[in-house]
Design a protein around this ligand. Structure first.
Ligand code: ASP
Length: 329
């Protein structure tokens, strides 16, 4: 470990982070959770800095969350919506990167439909780049906010919350197309949890064990004794062809109903990154289950976690002592 607690210029993938770096970002986020719970939620930490949110794919929570995070830290935040853009990897994407770079942003937050596109743009610009989701590759801030929400819930229950060792987390849904699943497997296993993934065979990526997750196709078996159940949406926009027989059949086998949740560990925690398809992968009475569902807490934690990421990644630009020099990885 170098002098800095977080040795990266960019935040592209959980896979690039060390366990202590994940924990550092979670620890840093806690001050912003506290600030966000106050009536006056503004500091001038990033005053004078410009943050560009460049979203080439639809988003509700993530875009709003990054925008609020930047504004609460006092930065000038500009949103570029390109949801209908036909930009794909290649020249046009590089041109976009060069354009963003020329505007002298101090941080760029990017969502793109192609896996690897955010990393490519990062290699062409001079400022920190934050990945807000690239295709089915990674969604690092989602995994970090999920870990933060879990930490708060475990602490509320009087449990050890800084190390997830012994915790069994079942992630169920369209694992094949999910960047959330990928980032969460990497982050939760780094924090010590045992991760099970469950999907119909057609939606289970080959070789998922290599990431450290245990694959299941039988949801009931995957739920047995689970402490946390994280449900994922069918990523229809990334499917080229028929992957499931019908939404009705899918719900029957892989939907989280109240009866099914009873198969998991006592008081198992329910999570979902949103957007939810109620009545498909999750029933409303489970999604809204008081004391068990932390879905709205995930959204709350998202703002604080993104404030922490924007703060940490702009420390070099701001000349914060100890962060201004040396090599970055
Ligand atoms: N919002 C998450 C994402 O952008 C999950 C989803 O869309 O299903 O990946």
């Amino acid at each position: 470990m170098g002098a800095r607690a977080f040795a990266h210029r960019d935040l592209i993938a959980i896979g690039a982070l060390e366990r202590h770096e994940i924990l550092y970002l979670l620890d840093e986020a806690e001050q912003w959770v506290a600030l966000n719970r106050q009536a006056k939620k503004h500091v001038d930490l990033l005053s004078g800095l410009t943050i560009i949110n460049a979203f080439f794919e639809n988003s509700t929570r993530t875009l709003l969350s990054f925008e609020i995070a930047g504004k609460r830290l006092g930065a000038d935040v500009v949103n570029m919506h390109a949801a209908t853009s036909s930009v794909k990897k290649g020249e046009t994407l590089i041109d976009t990167a060069v354009t963003l770079n020329a505007m002298r942003a101090d941080a760029i937050v990017i969502r793109h439909a192609s896996s690897g596109a955010v990393g490519l743009i990062a290699s062409k610009v001079d400022c920190p780049v934050l990945n807000a989701g690239d295709g089915s590759h990674e969604h690092p801030t989602q995994a970090l906010l999920d870990a933060l929400a879990l930490r708060y819930k475990l602490r509320e229950r009087g449990m050890a919350a800084d190390d997830f060792t012994g915790l069994v987390v079942t992630i169920c849904g369209d694992i094949l197309h999910s960047r959330v699943a990928r980032s969460n497997i990497l982050s939760l296993t780094a924090l010590g949890a045992s991760v099970r993934v469950c999907a119909p065979p057609a939606l289970m990526p080959a070789g998922i064990e290599a990431l450290g997750a245990q694959p299941f196709t039988d949801f009931d078996a995957a739920l047995a004794g689970a402490d946390v159940v994280m449900m994922l949406r069918l990523q229809n926009e990334r499917m080229d062809g028929q992957f499931i027989p019908s939404p009705r059949e899918y719900r029957h086998l892989y939907g989280l109903t109240a009866e099914r949740l009873a198969l998991a560990g006592e008081d198992a925690i329910v999570m979902h990154p949103g957007p939810m398809n109620r009545g498909v992968e999750i029933d409303s009475n489970v999604a809204d289950l008081a004391g068990r569902s932390i879905i709205t807490a995930q959204v709350e934690m998202g703002v604080a976690l993104r404030m922490a990421c924007l703060d940490v990644l702009t420390r070099r630009t701001r000349g914060v002592p100890g962060w201004a020099d040396g090599e970055w990885v």
